[in-house]
Design a protein around this ligand. Sequence first.
Ligand code: ATP
Length: 244
Amino acid sequence: MSAIPHLELSGVSLRYDEVRALEKVNLKVPVGDIVALIGANGAGKSSTLRAITGLCKVVEGEVHLNGQVINSTSVQEPAHKLVGQGVAMVPEGRHVFPYMSIKDNLLMGAYTRRDHAAIAHDLDAVCERFPRLKERFHQQGSSLSGGEQQMVAIGRALMAKPKLLLLDEPSLGIAPQIIRLIARSLVEINRNDGITIVLVEQNCRMALALSSYAYVLETGRIALEGPSKGLIDNERIKSLYLGG
Ligand code: ATP
């Protein structure tokens, strides 16, 4: 394992005018790991992703990607530059383009690439991973179920050939059997393709099952952290996030 974490937040605070969304958040994502970020509504999960992707400037602390500062009070790498540095995001709500075909939605993920043969190969690989998308390749995005749209959103992110994949609540509003399918595919993406994953979830059970380490956010602060296996048996986690 590399000594430099793939991603690191040190003492990160973030505000929206008067609203304090993050307070001195410390978080480490080792290369090749799946790290989960768990929390209730409004805990600051999306704000953490906004600090990482440069959508919001931090007011304190630093975000490091491969040891380089990408967000601080003096640096703010724009999101499009991070794509070139191997960061891809699967946003909450999926944002599939409704009037574009599945194929074109997926190809949008490769818009910065010029290696056409490799793009075609990667498109095949996404279809192999999600055969449902192959079956609906030429249908419009609007015709898909929530679960299928999530597959498109993940497939589109993979088309950017990321080294670090950030997922914002991939299980939200999706049927349980499709959640299982998506969970399996995330483990494969991590193990087979060697992609580091940050998994933001309210679905604590799924997040702890997939990740090796997890952070629990409460009102903008890291309230608890540890190896995911251990957190499953934590009484606080059980009562607050796993339904007793
Ligand atoms: P959810 O699961 O509901 O998306 P979250 O854990 O992702 O919640 P954030 O969206 O990061 O939480 O919100 C953290 C805090 O910042 C909350 O108090 C929220 O109300 C506030 N907040 C988020 N976005 C804005 C905004 N654009 N303007 C003002 N306050 C905001």
